[in-house]
Design a protein around this ligand. Structure first.
Ligand code: UDX
Length: 426
């Protein structure tokens, strides 16, 4: 099939590369000409495992084409994916200006039947508004259908997630558009869930809200475990064995960050309040997450009250491993809070290097801990889990390892004379 994907951001690029991989001809349309040039040359503007090689492969075999020419891409395609950013504003409402301008541009390019598919996460009712808007802009209703097809991929494993989805959610009306989307994803052999436009919009918000709630739940449990000397990892394992709970997203730590959970939780809270519903659970999830970094700093201060003038090293800047995304990164929040308290920090990250006040960045992992009094792990990169602890203990002046992601086994490092501090760990 000929497919057009509008937006070469995170979701748009992954969708384009994977759809090309499934045998389709894909136009990925992006306004930013410089980005289009970079992509045409086979360079991926974001760090995402497997994405760049996939882009290169399908550029070479002419299945993937980057362009800023929307009209031609629309003309040649039967299915159009919209994957533009829908940022949340400070009051929780959603900025739909990118989406609105795409709809306006689209309206003048539709001359034959198209299935317009929204991948972007949008407030309830937005897809219906797209239909109304296209009609009011003069597009005959028989020339298009709108489908909501939310994306559940995770940064750091986006390609794998899209190639092996747990489910494909399709919201819409009528057999023809739903059949087209099913056909497109047929090679993936994934289960489908067909619902209304609003149902699909809500599934996306509810999924992210539930996962965020699971994280805040386990973080609350970890604080209780911490004060009763109970191992939270065993508790998570024990509760996760119940299939009604499941083992995933029970990793206690610094809390969630990233472009989705904080944004979508805020948007869903706003949507609830618009209907006079007080979303107690969503608010508690956010409150717990917001307090998590302060809780960790307090724990550090209780263990090492005299840290001023000492060398503190922080490993990890991205909001999670395998990405260069620092949006809502709990690690950066921690660095800013410690820096505001007057500490000078030494930081390392395998892919992120951004200027932060009161910090010195190190390219080399082991140089970053030279003469350090405390080592804090803020992002659970595999590199850190596999560190040479004998070398770490030799290079450090002090011996405190503060594992804010509970990603190191305490017994692994105790052999090397390092003192382990985690949360809810014995
Ligand atoms: C999330 C959803 O998982 C995905 O389905 C949706 O499409 C986009 O939002 P993403 O934000 O890329 O994906 O990352 P995810 O792996 O979900 O992690 C989000 C945050 O939660 C990270 O900061 C991570 O460190 C944290 N996390 C995750 C925990 O603190 N504990 C866990 O057990 C799991």
């Amino acid at each position: 099939m000929n497919v057009c994907v509008i937006g070469a951001g995170y979701v748009g690029l992954t969708t384009s590369a994977v759809l090309a991989d499934l045998g389709n001809y894909v136009y990925c349309v992006e306004k930013d000409e410089q980005k289009v040039e970079t992509l045409k040359n086979g360079h991926c503007p974001i760090f995402e495992p497997q994405l760049e090689p996939l882009i290169k492969t399908h550029l070479k075999n002419d299945r993937l084409y980057f362009t800023s020419n929307l009209a031609k891409a629309i003309n040649d395609s039967s299915i159009i994916f919209i994957a533009v950013g829908t940022p949340t504003l400070s009051d929780g409402s959603t900025n739909l200006s990118f989406l609105e301008s795409v709809i306006e541009e689209l309206s003048s390019c539709i001359h034959s039947y198209k299935v317009i598919t929204t991948k972007s996460t949008v407030p309830i009712g937005t897809n219906q508004k797209i239909i109304d808007e296209l009609i009011s802009l003069g597009v005959p209703s028989h020339l298009f259908d709108v489908v909501s097809n939310p994306e559940f991929l995770r940064e750091g494993s986006a390609i794998q997630d899209m190639l092996q989805p747990d489910r494909i959610v399709i919201g819409g009306k009528g057999n023809e558009p739903i059949h087209s989307i099913k056909q497109l994803y047929e090679p993936l052999k994934a289960p489908y869930l067909v619902t209304s436009l609003e149902g699909a919009e809500m599934i996306k918000y509810a999924s992210n809200a539930f996962l965020a709630t699971k994280i805040s739940f386990i973080n609350e449990m970890s604080k209780i475990c911490d004060s009763y000397n109970i191992d939270i990892e065993k508790v998570a394992e024990g509760i996760g064995m119940d299939p009604r709970i499941g083992p995933h997203f029970l990793g206690a730590g610094l809390g969630y960050g990233g472009s989705c959970f904080p944004k979508d939780l805020k948007a869903l809270t706003y949507l609830a309040k618009q209907k006079q519903i007080i979303p107690y659970l969503l608010e508690a999830t956010k409150t717990i997450n917001d307090q998590q970094v302060e809780f960790f700093i307090e724990k550090l201060m209780k263990t090492e009250p005299d840290l001023i003038d000492k060398k503190i090293t922080i490993w990890g800047l991205s909001f999670k491993p395998n990405t260069d995304d620092i949006r809502e990164s709990q690690s950066i929040k921690m660095i800013k809070l410690l820096s505001a308290k007057g500490y000078h920090l030494h930081v390392h990250d395998p892919v992120v290097n951004i200027p932060l006040s009161n910090t010195t960045f190190y390219e080399s992992l082991y140089d970053s801990i030279e003469q350090s009094d405390v080592l804090i792990i803020a992002t659970d990169w595999e590199l850190y889990k596999q560190a040479d602890w004998s070398l770490v203990s030799k290079k450090m002046k002090g011996n405190l390892l503060f594992d804010c992601r509970n990603c190191i086994l305490p017994e692994t490092i105790s052999h090397f004379g390092l003192h382990y501090l985690g949360v809810g760990r014995l």
